[in-house]
Design a protein around this ligand. Structure first.
Ligand code: ATP
Length: 765
């Protein structure tokens, strides 16, 4: 026994908490009309997840909540709790007891819980399906719906049987898979449309990217060529610069030297202009020398003359001396005599003063004598002195003259000596000057020659320097061009272009090659500029993003197609399984159906057959019901089938009553319909017994004899499923182990009580 109890609180007419314990295989719920018995059956549907409020006889969720009756106020929520014994683990959860509860609030919000944990409806449904329990259908036969299976369309029947066979889970999975497949297909369509949308943009971007790539290629090409060009140009400039400065330096040095030489030579030539001065000097020297020589000659002549005079005078003096030394011709000069006379007179005068008249004394005499002696002496001295004395007066004169002459001669000789010395000096000076002039004459000639030579050389050097300067100028222009090119290339290629330094090439090539390179570079630059610059990082990024997105979408598409395929496979699989299990299920049901049918009718034939019928269009249905009398329900059932597909599988029921030539369901009486229906329901339940079956007044239409047969079947059925029978039927009640009586209390609301069989019979009335 799986079903332990059900508890209703605020559900429909059950205002207060009411619990039914199912300790017996068959539980009967009895009570007067309107007491709330069907509400119990509906409580099962409710807690098992029924979503159709209509099938619970309500319009909205709120209708399921006790709405107040008599003294009892209305409830805010309706709750039904069902408890299963799960020791056998017939429910695939690891609990020995499973409590499922559903609550509905007045705002229509539903809550589900399994063993107190809030879950969603799906969890409940999945759990129950796996144990072959459903919210509606085969195991809860509502009041008046006993023959529903007979009234249903072939498709509905099929669904009911599938449900009963426990194929709902597969159905459910199939539906889920179909929903998923639909969603997946929608997604595929969306992704495809997205891809279609972005495709032109990607194509456009691709073209752009190709352009950018081409540009990048050109840029790379430009870079390679530019690097080589720059390196070569740089090298060329350096080489030429070095070459020029190598040549220019010695030339400049030479020029400087030549200038120095020139100025030296010029200086010399300037000196030549002083030559006249020197000539004048020479002339004056010449004149002076001439004068000096004249003077020298004069002096020599004078000296000669003086020599002559001196010789003759000396000769004459010699003669005179010879004369003077002869005694006879001695002469004294009157003057010398007068001198002696004067001296004598003086003595006499002095002597006279000694004899002033009166007396002579000896002394006076002595003095006088001495005076006389003096005179005598004087005279004797005079004679003596003149005895050897030569009259040299003339001689002296001559000697004096001679001396004069000699002095003159000396002077003249000395003068001549000076003049001669001067002459020698002047002569030397003259010679020197002459020599100088001559030398200068030579030097000037050399200098003149040098000037010509220097000027020629200088001209040569200058012209070489000039040509080097023009080379420099050309190089300067080359450098300027190169710098400009570098700037331009730098702007186009970035600093990478400046990394040419480290490159190595064979530089030995004609200059024209560089020109060729420059032209090529210029062409690439123009092409690059035409291509719209070197940007494009944005385009590349956008293209990468777009392609990545497209790739992502493509992958998504593959994934989606993959999951669509696997879903299709799964659906196919489920279909096959459904179809197989359905077929075998139907066969098994048929066996049971036959037996139950024979049992109920005491013979006859009954079978289910799987048929494929064309779908009927609405118009056909309408036509059908215009011609044939049919009830609204059948019409509605047919109307459900009006959808597109050409044909569909369904279940047809064939019955042949015993001893009657009646065939087909249409011909059955109400009771016969109920019996057939019960037979089929029981057959279904027998094939795949659900844990419990609820039969709400399924036996209402049975007569006593059939009630008994019904009772037997109930008993038979209860061996494999717990049965809860809502009934007014005494026979049915008699088969129940437990009886619950439902009454409408005085204060309002259904009341539940366990009753004995007799009480139950009483209560049921
Ligand atoms: P019968 O034997 O005639 O089939 P029953 O015992 O099956 O009757 P139910 O149909 O189960 O009776 O009960 C119907 C009763 O429940 C009605 O009296 C109805 O007023 C009451 N009822 C239904 N919904 C509510 C509700 N939300 N609040 C209060 N009472 C309700």
């Amino acid at each position: 026994m799986y079903l332990k109890s059900i508890e209703l609180t605020g559900f429909k007419s059950f205002a207060k908490k009411s619990e039914l314990l199912f300790t017996s295989n068959v539980t009967a719920v009895v009570g007067p009309n309107g007491s709330g018995k069907s509400n119990v059956a509906e409580a099962f549907s409710f807690v098992l997840g029924e979503q159709s409020i209509k099938s619970l006889r309500g319009k909205k969720g709120e209708d399921l909540i006790f709405n107040g009756a008599g003294d009892l106020p209305r409830a805010n929520r309706a709750s039904v709790k069902i408890i299963f014994d799960n020791k056998s683990k017939f429910l695939p959860v690891d609990f020995e007891e499973v409590i499922i509860e559903r609550v509905v609030h007045r705002d229509g919000v539903n809550e589900y819980s399994i063993n107190g944990s809030q879950v969603c409806l799906r969890d409940v449904l999945e759990l129950l399906h796996s144990a072959h329990i459903g919210s509606s259908g085969h195991h809860i036969i509502s009041q008046g719906e006993a023959d529903r299976i007979l009234n249903a369309s072939i498709k509905e029947r099929k669904a009911m049987i599938e449900d009963a066979l426990g194929l709902k889970l597969y159905q459910y999975k199939k539906q889920e898979s179909e929903k998923k497949l639909l969603k997946t297909r929608e997604n595929i369509a969306q992704v495809e449309s997205l891809r279609r949308e972005i495709l032109p943009h990607i194509k456009f971007l691709k073209k752009q990217v190709e352009k950018v790539e081409k540009t990048l290629e050109m840029k790379k090409d430009l870079q390679d060529k530019a690097l080589e060009y720059c390196k070569r140009e740089d090298e060329y400039i350096k080489r030429i610069e070095k070459n020029i400065s190598g040549k220019k330096h010695p030339l400049e040095k030479q020029e400087k030297k030549l200038q120095e030489e020139l100025s030296e030579a010029k200086k010399i030539l300037e000196g030549a202009q002083h030559r006249d001065v020197m000539s004048d000097e020479l002339i004056s020297l010449e004149r002076e020398l001439h004068e000096t020589r004249k003077k020298k000659d004069e002096l020599l002549r004078q000296s000669g003359e003086l020599d002559g005079e001196i010789t003759s005078l000396a000769r004459m003096i010699k003669k005179q001396e010879e004369l003077a030394n002869s005694y006879l011709h001695k002469t004294v000069t009157l003057v010398s005599v007068e001198v002696v006379q004067k001296e004598i007179e003086q003595i006499i005068s002095d002597s006279k003063k000694l004899v002033p008249g009166d007396t002579w004394d000896q002394e006076k005499v002595d003095i006088l004598i001495r005076k006389i002696d003096e005179i005598g002496k004087l005279l004797s001295d005079f004679i003596e002195s003149n005895k050897d004395k030569v009259d040299t007066s003339l001689l002296v004169e001559a000697q004096k003259d001679l001396a004069d002459l000699r002095r003159k001669k000396e002077i003249a000789a000395s003068e001549a000596g000076d003049v001669i010395a001067n002459e020698a000096k002047l002569s030397r000076e003259y010679s020197a000057l002459q020599e100088k002039i001559n030398t200068e004459k030579d030097t000037n000639r050399d200098a003149e020659k040098a000037v010509f030579r220097i000027m020629a050389e200088e001209q040569e050097v200058r012209s070489q320097i000039h040509s080097l300067q023009s080379e420099e100028e050309t190089l300067r222009i080359v450098k300027e061009d190169f710098n400009r090119e570098l700037t331009e290339l730098g702007m186009m290629l970035g600093t990478a272009v400046l990394q040419f330094e480290s490159l190595v090439f064979d530089f030995d090539e004609p200059r024209a090659n560089q020109e060729e390179r420059r032209r090529t570079i210029e062409k690439i630059k123009i092409r690059l500029e035409d291509a719209g610059g070197i940007g494009g990082a944005d385009v590349m990024k956008e293209y990468t993003d777009a392609s990545e997105r497209d790739e992502f979408l493509a992958k998504e598409l593959t994934d989606l197609s993959g999951s669509a395929d696997s879903l299709t496979d799964l659906i196919k699989d489920l279909d096959e399984r459904l179809s197989n299990e359905f077929k075998t299920g139907v066969e098994k049901i048929n066996q049971q159906f036959k037996e139950y049918f024979a049992l109920m009718f005491g013979g006859g034939e009954a079978s289910l057959s799987v048929i494929s019928a064309p779908k009927r269009k609405k118009k056909e249905i309408d036509d059908l019901f215009e011609n044939e009398d049919g009830d609204e329900m059948a019409r509605a059932a047919l109307a459900i089938e009006e959808t597109g597909a050409e044909s569909e599988d369904g279940i047809d029921i064939d019955v042949v009553l015993p001893k009657k030539k009646v065939k087909g369901l249409m011909m059955l009486s109400g009771g016969e319909r109920a019996l057939t229906s019960i037979a089929l329901l029981f057959a279904i339940s027998q094939v795949n017994p659900p844990p419990f079956i609820i039969l709400d007044e399924t036996d209402a239409a049975l007569d006593e004899a059939n009630s008994k047969k019904y009772g037997d079947m109930v008993e038979n059925l209860s061996k494999r499923s717990q049965l809860i029978v809502i009934t007014h039927n005494r026979e049915t009640m008699s088969r129940a182990g437990i009886l619950y009586g439902v009454t409408m209390g005085l204060g309002g609301g259904s009341k539940l009580l366990s009753v004995a069989f007799d009480q139950a019979v009483a209560v049921a009335k």
